[in-house]
Ligand binder design. Structure first.
Ligand code: HXC
Ligand code: NAP
Length: 281
């Protein structure tokens, strides 16, 4: 759906780009001509992914080891990338930590761990990149991967929910404040997209995954390429007038859960005949 050189020579930084959705988005951007930097804690994973993407697309993928909870490591990386490429065009905030648990079972440290990765990590990265672009007087583009429960809230993933809500608010707030510098910020709220990282921590019991499909109107989980194409649009110049927004890609899942009468899906046609007749009478 895109011209093959849509992202030619764009320098794109993907946090958590060694696995899952980050890897899929990095691969798509690389196919479309971008120079990619993937960063996270596990260098062996990053190196393997970088080689795999490079072999597939022929374009440069640079792995960098860091922890998004450490602003000094983020600043060091930005300095190095500026020396190497002379610019950074896009930041994709994708790294996250999450697991299901009744909230009352969480230790303070468990709560902090998720908030530190998801919320603190995202604002450290966004602040460092904003300062960089503002000082250089160049435009910038930040895309953050949130979730549908960033807006609705959700039990059993409370540290993640409050953090993603914070990231969404950060997106809206900074879009208003930094538009004058030519910096855009948007977010994507995905529903369920199977990845090893998410499935091991959120759907450890196959029963959970079965329940999940049933409540999605389109009766399937998302394909990585569908998310990657949406992300491509939002980081490309094709979406130059969109800022401060969030786009949901979830097969209708959250609306189906929210609508008062959506539970009537279970009523069969013959039951409707009876209901209609009785009601009219
Ligand atoms: C209760 C837990 C726990 C669990 C860890 N902890 N897992 N508590 N239930 N399942 C507690 C630990 O006991 C410890 O607290 C504290 O959390 C820190 O744990 P560490 O293992 O030391 O943390 P760390 O090594 O920093 O690892 C962070 C992590 C881990 C978040 C716990 O899972 C991780 O590295 N995740 C990264 C990848 C990931 O989560 N991907 C999924 C994203 S999916 P105490 O007090 O005992 O010391 C996603 C999708 C959302 O966000 C929407 C889907 C539809
Ligand atoms: P994933 O493969 O587990 O990805 C998470 C990535 O974050 C990993 O590559 C991990 O790499 C990195 N990371 C974690 N802690 C880090 C830290 N402290 N510093 C640097 N990097 C760190 O899971 P995923 O499903 O692809 O999730 C990707 C994004 O999509 C997340 O933001 C998630 O919330 C969001 N999302 C996913 C779904 C879904 O259904 N999959 C739905 C909605 C939203 P290291 O371990 O090497 O650090």
């Amino acid at each position: 759906m895109f011209q093959t050189d849509l992202l030619k020579d764009k320098v794109i930084l993907v946090t958590g780009g060694g696995t899952g959705l980050g890897k899929s988005m990095a691969t798509r951007f690389s196919e479309l001509g971008a120079k990619i930097i993937i960063c996270s804690r596990k260098m062996d994973v990053l190196q393997k992914t970088a080689e795999e993407i490079n072999q597939k697309t022929g374009n440069e993928v640079f792995p960098f080891q860091l922890d998004v909870r450490k602003p000094d490591e983020i600043e060091k990386m930005i300095e190095l990338l500026d020396q190497k490429y002379g610019k950074i065009d896009v930041l994709l905030n994708n790294a996250a930590g999450n697991f299901i648990s009744p909230t009352e079972r969480l230790s303070y440290k468990a709560f902090d761990t998720v908030v530190d990765i998801v919320l603190r990590g995202t604002y450290y990265f966004s602040l460092a990149m904003g300062k960089y672009w503002i000082a250089k007087k160049t435009p910038g583009n930040i895309l953050s991967i949130v979730t549908t429960y960033a807006s609705t809230g959700s039990g059993y993933v409370v540290p993640s929910a409050i953090s993603k809500a914070g990231v969404l608010n950060l997106t809206r707030s900074l879009a208003a404040e930094w538009g004058k510098y030519g910096i855009r910020l948007n977010a994507i709220a995905p529903g369920p997209f199977p990845t090893k990282g998410a499935w091991e921590r959120l759907f450890p019991d196959p029963k959970f995954a079965e329940k999940l499909i049933n409540r999605i109107p389109l009766k399937r989980t998302g394909e990585h390429i569908e998310l990657a194409n949406l992300a491509t649009y939002l980081i490309s110049d094709a979406s130059a007038y969109i800022t401060g927004d969030v786009i949901t890609i979830d097969g209708g899942e959250w609306l189906a859960g929210a609508g008062e009468f959506n539970f009537l899906d279970v009523v069969k046609p013959e039951e409707w005949d009876f209901i209609e007749k009785t009601m009219k009478r």
